[in-house]
Ligand binder design. Structure first.
Ligand code: NDP
Length: 263
């Protein structure tokens, strides 16, 4: 690569849930640093549109694969197809996730499984597709999008908290297991971030409590000492930094992007 090449030039980055929200912002941040990107998610039209737009904006190759991260066979096919197109992944960002809220007595097994399968097992399965090849290559970055709910307990989201705590446990275990390889494994833990997840949470609080939308939003914002929602680009910049060559000694970390909500 020429000396003035962007820091991730030519590296293949796979971003799950890359069509919108934090995942799309991460894809932008990686593409802007020269990575070729595969967006993965369930909505083919959205992925196709965003891939074309990113490619045009950043002048890098961007493709997409339709995948539901709860389906092991689809994951395997999608990762094989992505590797055939752009080569093995050098970067994997496990971002696909759902946030479901319910009081614990209403958290039945179906609800529990849906959250754990998407937010924890999905990441486990995607990592399984790439980590051996990353370890045998000269470069590997895995970033798991966890949450403040991966580091502390919150009411009404027992399944989500369990999944995100599990994701941080997985991050720490793999960081140690692969420490003698070029692979780093980290988690990024956002506070309430301005995406569809927060709009959904606000709508849910309003529907359940009869409170106005503004009051429901204010309740979520009050968690953040800075008194605002985090922007997806702020999370994405932290992810991109972890993916740089210069972040090689940062592994096993859970980095909060939450305005001081937790310390
Ligand atoms: P969005 O709802 O905007 O995006 C969620 C993304 O995950 C979408 O791209 C969606 O793709 C994808 N996804 C969900 N389920 C699946 C599935 N089964 N298979 C494939 N893709 C799936 O939310 P955010 O951008 O906010 O969330 C991204 C991550 O950030 C999540 O892991 C979330 O837990 C985490 N997070 C978010 C916070 C917030 O306040 N927003 C705070 C802390 C963490 P599709 O188009 O297929 O639906």
């Amino acid at each position: 690569m020429p000396d003035d090449a962007p820091p991730l030039a030519g590296r293949h980055a796979i971003v799950t849930g890359g069509g919108r929200g934090i995942g799309l912002a991460v894809a932008e941040a990686l593409a802007s640093r020269g990575a070729v990107v595969t967006l993965m998610g369930r909505n083919e039209n959205v992925l196709q549109t965003q891939a074309a737009e990113l490619s045009l904006r950043f002048q890098v190759d961007v493709a997409h694969e339709r995948v539901d991260v709860t389906d092991g066979a689809l994951i395997e096919a999608a990762f094989q197809s992505a590797a055939a197109r752009f080569g093995p992944a050098a970067i994997l960002v496990n971002n696909a996730g759902i946030a479901r809220a319910a009081p614990f007595p209403k958290t039945d097994q179906k609800f529990w499984r849906e959250v754990i399968d998407t937010d924890l097992t999905g990441a486990f399965l995607c990592i399984g597709q790439v980590i051996a090849k990353m370890a045998a290559s000269d470069y590997g970055r895995i970033v798991n999008i966890a949450s403040t709910a991966g580091l502390s307990g919150y009411p009404y989201i027992a399944a989500y908290c369990a999944a995100k705590h599990g994701l941080i446990g997985l991050t720490r275990a793999l960081a140690r297991e692969y420490a003698r390889t070029p692979v780093t494994v980290n988690a990024v833990c956002p506070g309430y971030t301005d995406t569809d997840i927060v709009s959904g949470a606000v709508a849910g609080i309003s529907a359940k409590t009869g409170r106005a939308t503004e009051a429901a939003l204010a309740e979520l914002i009050a968690h953040n000492p800075q008194g605002r929602l985090i922007q997806p680009s702020e999370v994405a910049e932290t992810v991109a930094w972890l993916c740089l060559p210069s972040s090689a000694s940062i592994t096993g970390q859970s980095i909060l992007v939450a305005g001081g909500e937790l310390m």
